[in-house]
Structures are given as C-alpha cells and as structure tokens.
Design a protein around this ligand. Structure first.
Ligand code: BGC
Length: 755
C-alpha cells in the first residue's frame, strides 16, 4: 500500500479560544488503581482492541472503535477529525476508553525542520529539544497525541535510505540527541495539552541491515548490539520515553517484532521500561514471510508473548487474541499485562481527562513566526561547510550569481522525506532565499537538468517533479524552455559566481529508498562538467539524504556545502550562510565515504592487527585509501580555530572517579565563529579490542576573533568502560588516550590512567 493512501489528510479548521493549561500529574498509585479498575471491566475482545492500532478513520474503522475493537488510530489529522474519532471511543463505546492518535512527526509537523541526520550535526541539544517542542505543539493542535519519533537507529551504511531519519553513526551523539528529543516532545508532563507521547524506534538494530537494503536481515554480535545500537534506546528510556516501536528486521534470526530477548529481557527486565511497545506497520503479520509464524494467529501469539503490546495496522491482535486465549494457547495474564501498559500510557498522557483537541489551536499554533525562526536557526546550524578553498565564501553582496541546478527551486525537496504535515508551498527554496538577499538583477537562474525518477528496482515510482521549465520566479531572468544545460551555461557565463544546487530528490531517501550507488542521479554530472569548463568559481550545494560520491569534487570545486534537507526555512538559512550573515557551524554526524565499495565507513572502528597504513600488508584497499573523504565530526566555519594546552586534572582516574580534561580553543581568524569542540577517548589495552576513538563529550563554543576559551569536560570513569567477551560491563585499568578535537581525526592529545 502506498504511504499516502494510508492517511486521510483532511484538515479542517475551527475557531475557538485555546487553553493550554499545565496538567496535574496523577501519582503512580492512582494510575495503577485506575488501570486495574478498567481492566477488571474489560472483555477479551475489548482487551484485544486496546492492543490494536488501525490506520485512518474510515466508517468501518470507526465502527470498530465503537465496538471497542480498536484502541489507537494512525494518521488521523486535524482537530475536528481527531475529535470526531475520539468522540466515538469516549462517548459511544461501552468502556469509553479514549483512543491514542498517532502520526509520524519526525522532523516537524507543519513547520518542517531539518531532517534528523542534519539537525544531529548541529550538536545543539537545546535547539533540537526546542524544535521538538514546537513539533509537539503543532501536532497536538491537529489532534495528534503520539509521535512515532524519535528515530534513534544508528546508521553506518548510507545505502540505507533511512539513515536520513536518525542521528548518524555515533552512539554517544545518538543517545544525547535521543534524550533531547524525548524531552522536547514529552516535556515534564506528557499530559500537558501541547505535548506528545514519544516513541523511540525502530527497536532494534534496523540500521545494521545487510547491504543497506531496507527491511533486510541483521546479524550482529550481542556485544555490538549493546555497544552500538542499544545505547540511544536506553537513553530514550532513561529520559522517560512513553513508547517504543519494534523494527521490521530480524536480529540474529529472530525478527525484532518477536524478539523476546530484546523486547523483554533487555527492555523490561534490565532497563525496567514501563511504557508500551507498538509493532511497526504490519510487522506482526510479516512474521509469516520472515518464516517464524505459519499463520496470522501464530504471528500474533509470537509477537505478543515476546513483548509487543500493540499491533500496528494488520489487525492480527484484534482478530486472534480472543481465540488464542479461549483455546488456552495464550495466557490471559500476558494479554492483561500488555493492556495495563497501554492504559497506563493513556492515563499518563491525560487522555481520560482531556480526550479532545482544542478546536481553534490550529489557527494559532501552526506555522507561527516563532516556529519558523526555530526552523531557520536549526537549519543554519545544521548545514555543513565541507570545502572553502580561496575563501570563495562568504559571497559579497556586490557580486552577481548564477543559481543553477535541479534542487535550486524545488520546494518539495527542501522538506525532505517524512515531512509530517508539511506543505511544499511553505518551503523557501534556495533561489527564493538568494533573491531575498540580492537585488534580483544580480541573479541568473537556470535549472539545467531535471532529476528523473528511477525506472527500475525498488525505487520505481519515487516521486519526481514533472520535467519543468526554468521559469517561475518573479523578476529573475529565466528561460521558458524545458530545463537544459545550455541555459545553465549561459547563466553561469554572465555571473561572477556559480551557485550549483545538486543532489537527490527527497523521495530518493527515507523508507524503502536504498541505493546501490551514490552518483548524482540523472544528468547532473554532465551539468557539473559543463559548468566547470567555464572556469568560474563554483559553490556546490548538495541536498541529499546520504553522503554522495563526490571524490572528484574537492580537487575541482572550491566551495562545497552539504545541506541534507533543511526544511521550510532551507532557502533562507542557505542564503544566510552563503552571504556571511551566519558562519556555518554544522558537523557531519557520520563519516563521509569515498566510494560505495568501502561501506561501512565509521570513525569508531577497531584498530585491527594490521592498522591502516600505506604499506600493502595492512588493512585497506589497493585502489583507494581507507580514510573517509571527510571524517565524522568534520565541518568548516568562516574562521579558524587553534587548539592547545590539553590539561588533565588528575592523570590517574579511579574506577569510581571522573576524568576531568580541558583545552584552550582560540579563534585565530578574523570573523566570529562557532566551533563544535569534541572529546574523544581510546582505551589502549582491554580484554576486547576497543575503537580507535570514541566520542564522550562535545560543546558548542562561540568565539570572537582573537578570543580564546577553555573547553572543559567531565566523564565518569564508568562511562569509559566496555563489555568484555562475557558481556560484563568493565572499566579496564590501564592507559587511555584522550583528544580534544575539531573532528574525529584531529585534536590535541594526552593520556591518563585508570586504576
Ligand atoms: C515505518 C515507521 C512508521 C510507520 C507508521 C512504517 O512503515 O517503518 O517508521 O512509524 O510506518 O507510519
């Protein structure tokens, strides 16, 4: 089923004053009392109904809500629609248990923020939290009380289209971002009318999918699972996340949606998670093709007993739980426990007291000036300056520019995949942002080429804009002909500087959007080559959901910016940076591979017995270096920073002590700038090989020209530890390296001992 067909996107607005009062939190005891009281009155059909989520609000679906056979709906948008559905549950069903209404608010609801891979690169946790707070406010105004976010999957393989939905490759950054997002969504009390229940997904190891093919098999060691893929989920749980979503993939042969080890032993027994787990879309039913259930009844039994409390979309729980209990194959206590978890979250979210959305808040709370400001700031901080030879950037406002490329004026692609209820018309394109900055007779625009959709393979049918002419922007000199390279060359010839916007359409990233090559799709490379021949300075701005293959670029193109997809304020934020009103400060939340062949590329790899070296008999390739094109944590600014004077408070850290380390950072350039100062450690000798570096802290420091500040970090000794081969957490005694650095490859270095 196509994604869009799942969601009725009707959106009706009603005017009424909005009241957003903070809610009283009932005590745990009060909640348990209510849960048990409700549970005691439920039939087995109603219990199965509470564990069932359906997509949409068709009359048939609402009839089932009335019968108590559905406890949650997905994709019902608009306060009126939400309230109409809710009314059926709260007024017409026997037990009057409210629905919980969910939707994918992944990087904004109507105000679309940068995609998660981009915003993680801001390393600005406060701003990330603030963006989710805006998203929660907007979503609740439209009746959504539950978001299927944050997506906290670690991604090391950019072939996987969903790498764009997460915070990149690092478990420490991923954990910090996960916690910030949970706080932003849920606030202190998720019952507050402007907060949503968060859902950490996809549990777990979805990002380790073989070959980067979406939904594919995952086979990894328990140690890697615990050290790499579980930490962001643990951080979300510790931050109080209300729900988790089980993943599509199998993990070491057992699908994540039927994996008792991860869902119950780790999540419940070890981490004491109190919320509930929802399956992914149809993933209960998919236990059949996975080959671990013979039919849907068995699939329901496997998923529920493993620890999946709510079934998304396929209806297996509603249909089979009653029979399974009656036949004695399923203990009713397991059903009761799952229902308790769902009811508990509904009570904590205040749904019984306030089941309805305030009609009228859609008028006041969507797409406000303030929320656009947050989107612009986050976009400014998320884009990454990769190259700036000869200081081509920033551009003087007295220059003429040629704005070229298929993404320069594509509104939909600015939003990126999973754009919530975002509307392309709200997006500011780079061309519009640039025209807002320069007198329009200084701007020459030509699209150059269209990006065609893929015609075969999994990506068949990805949305591509219809081939277009290069017109459409008032006042800018354009051609009326279909996009063509000659017009681009003409525009470039007239200008002082060429601003070239290339990359992937948003529809080429996200779910079911894996790619086997990272070329610029279509004829974009031809366009690049023709423009290079003109010998004008080029600034290449890449909009994409993955690091593309641009090995050729640093040698040939003086300035390169990676924007990912920056959301509705993309064009303004890009113009802010191009013309120097803002100095770039975003960093790469993943290592940038040179070629697809070297994937997975990640900075926190083990050393091997033959560490990488130019010498042949060492790990690496004959035909290319194994260094990434750009390392994790990398990103330039318009100034330069110098690191010095690494100081370790005490060179000996006890097992229950704290590492305290600092360094001086000086702005040695002539502009103000923000540096993302990063702390890395390496345990030299441990029972298992340890990564060459592991991120353990970061701080954004803004410095005026000539100014220097101290970046100081504290790390608990326990957080320096690792799992031994018996999966026991230990903090090995011995020597550790420490760096305070601008990225995962550089920095000032010291050592300390753990004893
Ligand atoms: C995706 C989830 C999403 C769900 C509901 C699934 O296809 O994998 O991330 O939350 O659909 O839209």
């Amino acid at each position: 089923m196509g994604r869009l067909s799942r969601f009725p996107l009707c959106f009706l607005l009603f005017a009424a004053p909005s009241i957003a009062l903070a809610q009283q939190q009932p005590s745990d005891e009060q909640i348990e009392h209510r849960v048990n009281e409700i549970l005691g009155r439920m039939s087995i059909d109603e219990k199965a109904g509470q564990l069932t989520q359906a997509a949409g609000n068709s009359p048939e679906t609402l009839e089932k809500v009335r019968q108590g056979k559905i406890g949650s709906l997905l994709g019902v948008l608009g306060a009126k629609n939400a309230n109409d559905a809710q009314r059926v549950a709260v007024e017409d069903s026997r037990l009057k248990i409210p629905l919980i209404l969910g939707f994918d608010v992944i990087h904004g609801f109507r105000t679309v923020f940068p995609v998660p891979l981009a915003s993680a690169g801001s390393f600005d946790l406060k701003l990330i939290e603030q963006a989710e707070q805006v998203a929660a406010k907007e979503a609740t105004s439209a009746g959504v009380k539950w978001t299927f976010a944050p997506m906290v999957d670690i991604g090391r393989d950019p072939r996987w289209g969903r790498i764009v939905e997460g915070a990149g490759e690092d478990p420490y950054l991923g954990s910090q971002v996960a916690a910030a997002k949970v706080k932003g969504f849920q606030g202190r009390n998720m019952a507050d009318p402007d907060r949503v229940i968060a859902c950490a997904k996809h549990y777990v190891a979805y990002g380790a999918t073989e070959g980067g093919r979406d939904y594919n098999t995952v086979d990894i060691s328990e140690k890697l699972l615990r050290e790499m893929y579980l930490p962001p989920f643990r951080a979300a749980v510790d931050a109080g996340v209300g729900t988790l979503m089980s993943a599509f993939n199998d993990l070491n042969g057992v699908p994540a949606t039927a994996n008792r080890h991860t869902l119950t032993e780790i999540l419940r027994d070890e981490w004491k998670f109190q919320g509930f787990v929802v399956s992914d879309y149809d993933s209960v039913h998919e236990l059949i093709p996975h080959g671990i259930a013979g039919d849907d009844s068995e699939a329901a039994l496997e998923a529920l007993t493993a620890g999946v409390d709510m079934d998304m979309a396929d209806g297996d729980y509603a249909k089979y739980i009653p029979q399974l209990v009656q036949s004695g194959r399923l203990q009713s206590s397991i059903v009761d426990e799952a229902v308790r978890r769902v009811l508990r979250v509904k009570l904590q979210a205040g749904l019984f007291e306030h089941p309805y959305a305030d009609l009228g808040r859609e008028k006041t709370d969507l797409l406000t000036r303030e929320s656009r400001q947050v989107a612009r700031k986050l976009a400014q901080e998320s884009l990454v300056l990769l190259e700036n030879k000869g200081q081509v950037l920033p551009i003087g406002k007295d220059k003429t520019v040629a704005v070229i490329g298929p993404l320069a004026d594509d509104k939909a692609s600015q939003l990126g995949p999973w754009a919530g209820n975002g509307q392309a018309k709200d997006a500011v394109t780079p061309l519009e942002g640039i025209i807002g900055r320069l007198n329009k007779d200084r701007v020459f625009y030509a699209k150059g080429v269209d990006i065609p959709p893929y015609e075969s393979g999994l990506a068949a049918g990805v949305a591509a804009p219809a081939p277009s002419t290069a017109t459409g922007v008032r006042g800018v000199e354009t051609s009326k002909r279909p996009a063509n390279i000659e017009d681009a060359v003409k525009a470039a010839t007239k200008a002082d500087i060429v601003l070239l916007f290339v990359g992937e359409l948003a529809g080429m990233t996200g779910e079911a959007s894996s790619r086997s090559s990272f070329d610029l799709p279509g004829d974009q490379m031809k366009l690049v080559d023709r423009l290079l021949a003109i010998q004008k300075p080029i600034v290449m701005v890449i909009e994409s959901g993955r690091p593309l293959d641009i090995r050729w670029a640093p040698e040939r193109i003086p300035a390169i910016i990676q924007t990912w997809y920056l959301g509705i304020e993309a064009g303004n934020a890009i113009a802010d940076v191009l013309f120097g009103d803002v100095s770039p400060s975003g960093r790469l939340a993943l290592s940038w591979p040179r070629s697809v062949g070297e994937i997975p590329t990640y900075y926190n790899h083990n050393n091997t017995g033959r560490p990488s070296s130019p010498d042949r008999w060492h790990t690496g390739y004959l035909d290319q270096t194994s260094e990434p094109l750009f390392p994790f944590g990398y990103g330039l600014t318009y100034t330069s920073f110098h690191y010095s004077n690494l100081r370790i408070e005490s060179p000996i850290v006890s097992h229950d002590g704290t590492l305290q380390v600092s360094a001086d950072v000086e702005n040695t350039g002539d502009r103000e700038g923000t540096e993302v100062v990063q702390l890395y450690v390496h345990d030299r000798v441990a029972p298992t090989s340890r990564p060459v570096r592991e991120l353990k802290g970061f701080e954004r420091l803004t410095l005026r020209p000539g100014e220097h500040k101290t970046a100081a970090f504290k790390v608990l000794a326990n957080d320096l530890g690792s799992y031994d081969s018996q999966l026991k957490w230990i903090v090995p005694a011995g020597t550790y390296d420490v760096w305070i650095a601008a990225d995962s490859r550089s920095g000032v270095h010291g050592t300390f001992e753990v004893r």
